[in-house]
Design a protein around this ligand. Structure first.
Ligand code: AMP
Length: 329
């Protein structure tokens, strides 16, 4: 058996998904899961590529979850094009098939689970799951109910897919922390892997929302990764001169870059503990890690686009990837 299945199999209901996974489950094939809201870009694709290295069976969900939108206009504007998404996954279906063929084991398969709202919430709006503490700050504070929506849908999807491993993007760092807590809280037996942020050549983190930026907005949005890079460099300069690394100084360095770029509407620019998402002392431990996270609104004709980005200060690889992306190495 060649085992190379070259197009993603599309399941529109959990019944179809069960049927597609049945043979894999009974053969004991590992399943990797990549949850998405579609409008797939190279950031999503990098998660799927990573998933292919982790398991012969990869399930990508495409579901724009209404309950995680705290702004109805944002939900309406959110790009939705399943046909285009499937095209973007075709070569990855080949990859899944051939990666597994080369393992000489389970036939590889890429399965797209693209359910409707009724399939995910058959009894109407689900009882909401709340993940406490790690949702008190950053997007948790600025988007009321957002992480309840995320936790609720991820729980529902995990119960359907029952994966061995879930691959998430570090671009949504707080979401990774929330999902890790959710998995502990609900007793899901699954490993969570966080993959690096993929950026455009101008340093901007890929996001489905970037489609809504005009060229002027895009030029201003470049200030976001540059602001993070300025904080990385300020931290390195302090370490190099053996002076204390102060959060206030790092935030000031980032803030200055945002202002110069013309980014004026901020939800937050904060440095927090990367695991617990709580405030850190002003003087950072030189050997420790701290998350600098930014959420801004970029004004465009007819509205604004909310963008988030982050860097884990003290995580050399994360810092270096960011500096390379903004051309600051
Ligand atoms: P979304 O479709 O926005 O819900 O994102 C689905 C998954 O893709 C999440 O785990 C995100 O963190 C991840 N993701 C989104 N943008 C990027 C990016 N630029 N690089 C890497 N992963 C990303």
């Amino acid at each position: 058996m060649s085992g190379t299945l070259a197009v993603p199999l599309v399941c529109r209901t959990s019944g179809e998904l069960d049927a597609a996974l049945l043979a894999h489950r009974s053969a004991g094939h590992a399943i990797a899961f990549v949850p998405t809201m579609g409008a797939l870009h190279d950031g999503h694709r990098s998660l799927v590529e990573h998933a292919v290295t982790l398991a012969p069976v990869v399930v990508v969900s495409i579901f724009v979850n209404p309950s995680q939108f705290d702004d109805a206009a944002d939900l309406t504007r959110y790009p939705k094009d399943l046909a285009a998404d499937l095209v973007r996954l075709t070569d990855l279906a080949h990859l899944a098939g051939s990666a597994s063929a080369s393992r000489a084991g389970a036939p590889g398969q890429l399965i797209v689970y693209a359910p409707g709202v009724d399939d995910v919430y058959p009894d109407g709006p689900a009882a909401t799951i709340h993940v406490a503490d790690v949702t008190d700050r950053l997007c948790g504070a600025w988007r009321p109910g957002h992480f309840d929506g995320v936790a609720t849908v991820v729980d529902a999807l995990l119960r359907r897919v029952r994966p061995d491993v879930v691959v998430l993007g570090r671009k949504d760092h707080q979401q990774v922390v929330v999902v890790r807590r959710l998995v502990e809280q609900r007793g899901h037996d699954v490993r969570i892997v966080a993959a690096p942020t993929v950026r455009d050549p101008d340093g901007i983190a890929l996001s489905s929302r970037n489609q809504q930026l005009d060229s002027d907005g895009r030029a201003r949005a470049c200030g976001v990764p540059r602001a993070l890079a300025a904080a990385v460099m300020a931290r390195r300069a302090a370490l190099g001169s053996a002076t204390p690394v102060r959060v206030t100084a790092l935030v000031a360095a980032a803030q200055e870059v945002l202002e110069r770029a013309g980014v004026t509407v901020l939800d937050y620019l904060e440095v927090v503990d990367p695991e617990r998402i709580v405030e850190v002392a002003d003087v950072l431990d030189p050997d420790g890690e701290a998350l600098m996270a930014i959420a801004v609104h970029i004004e465009v004709p007819g509205g604004s686009v909310r963008l988030i980005d982050n860097v884990v200060l003290g995580d050399r690889d994360d810092e270096d990837r960011l500096l390379a992306a903004v051309g600051a190495t």
